[in-house]
Every structure is written in structure tokens, then in C-alpha cells.
Design a protein around this ligand. Structure first.
Ligand code: NI
Length: 207
């Protein structure tokens, strides 16, 4: 099967799987990660096909998105085996999807393509798109947008979408594995800082 055909099949698998996903892990997240991973791989000397396929599939077996992770891993393997003959190629794709999640311990993937997919996934969590995804996720999870520190214990809420910037989003630019991603992250980081400044200024002027 040609690479083009493999990618077409994977794209429709992902569309079926993630089309209605409301937390920011939707089909379009997968497409952006796949495209950005391919672009970084071309610049960094990784295998663009491995990076792109792993980008498309990187959330299929993510523990936070599926109930049964073992089943999802099996299903993903079956899909790859039905499309790709080379066992080595399948192995490279699988290892490029290992250890890329931010949650738990911060692990660095072993292969260059894994590092690239992790970078692409993290780039999609910051900048304008990262901001949009954060509030989409927060809404779905029932979180507040923001809450001003207050003496009143009842009104204190640290589990807000704005807090998520400090817990995760603003840390990501220093966690990029590749030079290409580090440069991309810098711009997106500065945009988030400008967003927060404007946000606080509007919030404050309502007092
Ligand atoms: Ni992802």
C-alpha cells in the first residue's frame, strides 16, 4: 500500500473515532498534530511518514480518552498491521507514540520521531489554539473560567481554566525536544502571555 493510501485509511479511522469529541481532542487536533509532526520531521531529519502516522494516532490509546487502554492498543496494532507490511515500520510508529503524554511523570520518548510527535502535541496545547482548547475542555469538565482569590473560602476555586495556564501551558515551551519546536513554541508562548495580560485587565476593570 502506498504511503498516501495508508494515510487516507488512517484519516478516516480517526474521523470515525474522534469526530464528535468535545474536549479539544477532536479530529482536527489529530490532523494538526500529524501535519506539524511531519513538518518538524522534515526540518529535524526524522522520518516524516513515521512522524505523520504517529501524529494521527497518538491519542487513540491515551489513558485519559479511552476506558480500556489495552483494547485500544490492540485495535491500533490491528489497524497498522492491516495497512503496513513492514514490521520494522510498525515498530517505529508504535515507539513514536510511547511516552508522549504530559500527565504523570514527564517522560521523553526514545526515538527522534517520538520526540517530534510529543513536540507537535505540546505545540497544539499552547498559543491561540491551546487557549481555545483549554476553555473547551474546561467547559466540558464543568470548570470556571477564572476566579479571583478571595477571603471567602466558599468562593475559592483553583480548578479554573486560567489556573491551567500556570499548571501546564506556560511550562511547555521549556519542555520542547527539538529546536524547530522550541522556536515555534516561543511565539505561541508570547501570545498566551499577551492574552493573559488582556484578560486580567478586562477582569480587573469590572471591579
Ligand atoms: Ni494529543
Amino acid at each position: 500500500m502506498t504511503h498516501e493510501k495508508v494515510l487516507r485509511e488512517i484519516r478516516s479511522f480517526i474521523y470515525e473515532r474522534f469526530q464528535g469529541e468535545p474536549t479539544g481532542h477532536d479530529y482536527w487536533h489529530m490532523e494538526r498534530v500529524a501535519n506539524v509532526a511531519k513538518g518538524i520531521a522534515k526540518k529535524e531529519g526524522g522520518d516524516p511518514f513515521v512522524a505523520e502516522v504517529a501524529g494521527w494516532l497518538h491519542d487513540v490509546a491515551d489513558a485519559k480518552l479511552v476506558d480500556n487502554q489495552a483494547n485500544a492498543v490492540k485495535e491500533q496494532k490491528r489497524l497498522l498491521e492491516s495497512l503496513i507490511e513492514s514490521k520494522d515500520l510498525i515498530l517505529s510508529i508504535e515507539s513514536a507514540m510511547k511516552d508522549i503524554s504530559f500527565r504523570g511523570k514527564h517522560k521523553t520518548p526514545e526515538t527522534l520521531e517520538g520526540k517530534i510527535v510529543q513536540d507537535a502535541d505540546r505545540l497544539d496545547a499552547i498559543g491561540a489554539i491551546g487557549i481555545a482548547r483549554t476553555f473547551a475542555y474546561g467547559g466540558k469538565a464543568g470548570q470556571l473560567i477564572h476566579s479571583t482569590p478571595t477571603e471567602d473560602e466558599k468562593m475559592k476555586d483553583n480548578n479554573t481554566s486560567i489556573q491551567h495556564f500556570y499548571d501546564k501551558l506556560l511550562l511547555l515551551k521549556d519542555l520542547m525536544n527539538t529546536e524547530t519546536a522550541r522556536n515555534m513554541a516561543q511565539e505561541r508562548h508570547e501570545f498566551m502571555q499577551r492574552f493573559l495580560e488582556e484578560f486580567y485587565s478586562e477582569w480587573g476593570s469590572s471591579n
